[in-house]
Design a binder for this molecule. Sequence first.
Ligand code: GDP
Ligand code: IMO
Ligand code: MG
Length: 431
Amino acid sequence: MANIVIVGTQWGDEGKGKIVDLLSEHADIVVRFQGGNNAGHTMVVNGRQFISHLVPSGILQKKICAIGNGVVVDPEVLIEEMTYLEEKGIDIGPELLKISDKAHLIMPYHRAIDIARENKKGDRKIGTTGRGIGPCYEDKAARRGIRFVELLDTELFTEMLAETLDEKNFYLTHYLNGTPLSFDDIRDRYLGYAERLAPHIIHLSTFLSEAIGSRSSILFEGAQGTHLDIDHGTYPFVTSSNTVSANACSGSGIGPKVIDGVIGVVKAYTTRVGQGPFPCELLDEIGDRIQQTGCEFGATTGRKRRCGWLDTVLLTNAARLNSLTGLAITKLDVLGGLDSLCICTGYEYRGKRLSDFPSNLKVLAECTPILETLPGWKSDISGARTLSDLPDEALAYIHRIETLTGIPVQIVSVGPGRDQTIVIEHPFGSK
Ligand code: GDP
Ligand code: IMO
Ligand code: MG
């Protein structure tokens, strides 16, 4: 029995979905604890690809999957995703899919405000996914959000919607030059969603506490990445939730004592979608090559991901912020064929080496990476299943990451498929 948290260490899209799917085999329950359908988690099993935005990536392993109170849920998207999974023959009945009654609802005005605000900002935009994530978390913090528990109470929901929509329509029309949204339309649609989702809605904290009491193993699935964290990321170019491991607790209703390990997923290079500084970004043919070989397009918005060398300044920052106990390196196969590789070991700012990841974004934007060059490898490693199948240069790259971060590499992924993985040390022990 063990309870493990999985988080992204960079700016998202590290391959968390693949690692969660793989490790779910040894878990009883998989819980998403933050974010919403800004996430896109890809799993490939027996050549079939599945992308999930809200349903935890443990669903393909037929595990109980829970959406925690820290998640913001667009019920329309959730129902669409449930239908998509059902059509693919995946069971998503109430026994397997649970939703916290305290999770907040993304409403149509959240989406409308997200998109209209980004348009208004022009060049100063964040590059959000446009899914209403930020505006929904804003309402949660402002204590005017609507949760599943209120949705289930028709009278209360109707009252809350009427009050909130009035204010939102004023803001949408008078400040954002948008069009007002219809009260009747939203109420009718959301009451329909309530009926569809009601069997899945539970008091999740109690459910998890009972499961922990009966020695179940829980896997907590993070979304986004450490540097998109609202407190610790590259603010304001971040998402609106805490993406770090500590939020696995408050985002699902358990205490920190029950966490046994934290795995940081790290792509063998760095990518970022949306705006914001990116010191290791490669705006040359190597960056293009990584983007193409790695098929680096966003799973949610289809946007091209910006690519660069592996940045161990980010990684050591993530190791501290998350108390990482192990690393899962993904997409190592994508780096094959390069004559040499670079790893960023520090940042230089106005002639001086920085000791910490800068909080001031103007400083970060001016940083240049201090790069170390390592030999590349020519062979295709996607068929490797043990460390001994890897060329010496790939092993040296892995060892260098361990040395620079001080965190042991427990998993190496060499392709999108569940089986294309080298498990060095299983996070759930020898179960
Ligand atoms: P997530 O948001 O962290 O779950 O990551 P995404 O699913 O958005 O992006 C990761 C992409 O890389 C997906 O298309 C995966 O199928 C793919 N992927 C994951 N691991 C590997 C790997 O080791 N090698 C290759 N080539 N692709 C991988
Ligand atoms: P997964 O879970 C990569 C980025 C957006 C934007 C910023 C804010 O698949 O790794 P938001 O819509 O959250 O307000 O956008 O955060 N972003 C992600 N980038 N992967 C994600 O999720 C992301 N979720 C949000 O591109 O820059
Ligand atoms: Mg993704």
